[in-house]
Design a protein around this ligand. Structure first.
Ligand code: FAD
Ligand code: DLZ
Ligand code: SF4
Length: 513
């Protein structure tokens, strides 16, 4: 029996369920660069370059391991431009008896794969993606019957399942979660670790030229592209992180500094999400550093929680909720995304830093995404679908299964509290506490109204007032709503007028589309 095995751009792992029992002598592996995948949103140029180069290197690694790989580059003159079109052409070339494929990471591509059996008239065996720690059935069983879902309880089950940082049935260190020790502001430390930089080889240079030529209207820069594009290089970045950044990861996880996009973060998400690195092997390597006495518990637990907790939890929610999750808009927000999200051209220093580094590196760490760009978009009431498309486009690690729940659920409260117990809304005071941005900004973070006041301040109160009907009953917002109620009517009116005049100026600066 001959088999066609399509391997998608985020399936760059040797231990894929579709390869489990495959015979190299009778199997053809299919990898395709297709314009539809590169343009369903305007992906950052760096992201496309990373995926194409990692795909090309992975095809070589598969060939070295004895597989026959049929690789269709973007500039193949017969390239049809879509997964389905390329599978049709591959069936004509190889006449397979069946297709075996590891399930796609998102609804859009899963629907394409579901159409293949009828379309091509051969059996299609779609296998679960076994690279995750929780199966989708396990998540569904966990979610069933619970009135409230909270990541913390799901995470504890994942700790029990994997045995990571467990001492029998008790958490190592006496607590499940050391988050309260992960909120320090970062010093401008000359010994701050720098991520490894990987010089482009001939394959990457060819891809960079292709992307520069074909994706001129996509956002972002290719300058200084230095991503790892092989598993060996991704493992080198992993080892570098474990040795140099992990020990302080916990302390400075939420911190932000001007001109320092990376701090003590791992930068590993593009490699994990595309398959070059395995989440469990990474979490186990972190645990080993802890047991060796090289890293404190707040760093090890904090990092492992992100990988086996948050990452698995958002995936569970994505598949549990279905494709309509993308259309939810609990707060009925309708404003368009400000143009400066595509340029970084704003006088609000925190936003220009977060967006600038995003355009330069296709990277921003969690707090930039949640508390700067996400917070601002929610405060001004941007349509969550627009916010979602921006995040999906601009980050090298963005695939819908992980990006959508983080953006629409966690950062925009678009699902009404399924993922987050309260909106992550904050005024300038939070940004000032966690960064050095405000000291370099033309606005005064201490002022609440007037032309020099930090815009986040009035926008924060305006957000709460505007959405009181939906949010005032939230226990976790009781304190800010009490503080709002204590203000004089004049004080409230001044804040709302200040927010309105800021929003008028913002809307006036928006280019008609
Ligand atoms: P580190 O800070 O070093 O964290 C370690 C790892 O933990 C990450 O590599 C990642 O694999 C995992 N992780 C941490 N937080 C999360 C989380 N909330 N959800 C899932 N995994 C997590 N992460 C993505 O991988 N892809 C996305 O498209 C994405 N979109 C996001 C959108 C918004 C609005 C927000 C608030 C967060 C988003 N995240 C996303 C989560 C997080 O911001 C990134 O995983 C992280 O910034 C990647 O950088 P790092 O590898 O240096 O992470
Ligand atoms: C993101 C992406 C891009 C830009 N290009 C390709 C591609 O040309 N070929 C491919 O196989 N995959 C690509 N990807 C990743 C896919 O979009 C991803 O595998 C699907 O979204 C399934 O989750
Ligand atoms: Fe951002 Fe306000 Fe601080 Fe300026 S003052 S950096 S706008 S939080």
């Amino acid at each position: 029996m001959t088999t066609l095995i399509p391997i998608l751009g985020d399936q760059l792992s040797m231990s894929l369920s579709s390869l489990r029992d495959a015979d190299p002598a009778t199997s053809s592996l299919l990898m395709v660069e297709v314009i539809e995948e590169a343009t369903y949103v305007v992906h950052h140029k760096r992201k496309i370059a990373y995926i194409f180069s990692a795909m090309r290197h992975h095809a070589d690694a598969l060939r070295d391991a004895g597989w026959r790989v049929d690789y269709v580059p973007l500039d193949d003159s017969n390239n049809s431009g879509s997964f389905t079109g390329e599978v049709a052409r591959a069936i004509a070339r190889h006449a397979p008896d069946r297709i075996v494929v590891t399930a796609a990471g998102e609804w859009r591509v899963a629907a394409m794969i579901d159409s293949w059996e009828t379309l091509f008239g051969i059996p299609v065996d779609v296998r679960p993606d076994t690279r995750f720690i929780a199966t989708l059935d396990e998540f569904a069983a966990w979610a069933k019957g619970r009135k409230q879902w909270r990541m913390e309880y799901f995470y504890r089950d994942m700790r029990r399942k994997t045995g990571l940082l467990m001492d029998g049935d008790k958490p190592v260190g006496g607590d499940w979660n050391f988050d309260s020790e992960n909120r320090k502001a970062a010093p401008r430390d000359p010994a701050m670790p720098r991520p490894l930089s990987f010089a482009p080889d001939a394959i990457t240079r060819e891809v960079l030229a292709l992307v520069a030529d074909r994706f001129t209207d996509h956002p972002g820069s290719l300058d200084g592209f230095d991503f790892a594009v092989t598993r060996a290089d991704a493992l080198a970045q992993q080892a570098h992180f474990l040795a140099h950044a992990l020990p302080r990861f916990g302390d400075y996880q939420d911190a932000m500094l001007s001109g320092e996009p990376f701090l003590w973060h791992s930068l590993l998400s593009p490699y994990i999400n595309s398959g070059l690195l395995g989440p469990l092997e990474l979490a186990q390597a972190v645990e080993a550093r802890f047991h060796d006495g090289d890293v404190p518990i707040n760093a090890a637990e904090g990092f492992i929680r992100q990988i086996i907790g948050w990452r698995e939890y958002v995936r569970g929610i994505y598949w549990h909720e279905g494709p309509d999750y993308a259309t939810r808009n609990f707060l009925n927000a309708t404003r368009p995304l400000p143009d400066f999200y595509w340029t970084g051209d704003t006088d609000m220093h925190c936003l220009s830093q977060a967006i600038g580094q995003t355009l330069d590196f296709a990277y921003a760490h969690h707090i930039h995404r949640l508390m700067i760009t996400g917070n601002f978009a929610m405060l001004i009431g941007v349509d969550p679908a627009e916010v979602h498309r921006w995040y999906l486009a601009v980050y090298a690690d963005a695939y819908e299964w992980v990006e959508l729940p983080n953006t629409l659920g966690m950062s925009q409260f678009g699902d009404g509290g399924l993922l987050a117990s309260k909106p992550y809304a904050a005024s300038g005071a939070y940004i000032n506490r966690m960064s050095d941005y405000c000291g370099r900004c033309r606005y005064d973070v201490k002022q609440r109204t007037g032309p020099d006041a930090c815009p986040f301040n009035a926008l924060y109160w305006d957000f709460l007032a505007r959405n009181a009907e939906k949010l005032a009953g939230n226990q976790r917002l009781a304190m800010p709503y009490r503080n709002w109620a204590k203000m004089t009517p004049q004080g409230q009116a001044e804040l709302r007028a200040s927010a309105a005049s800021f929003l008028d100026r913002l809307d006036g600066a928006q280019v008609e589309r």
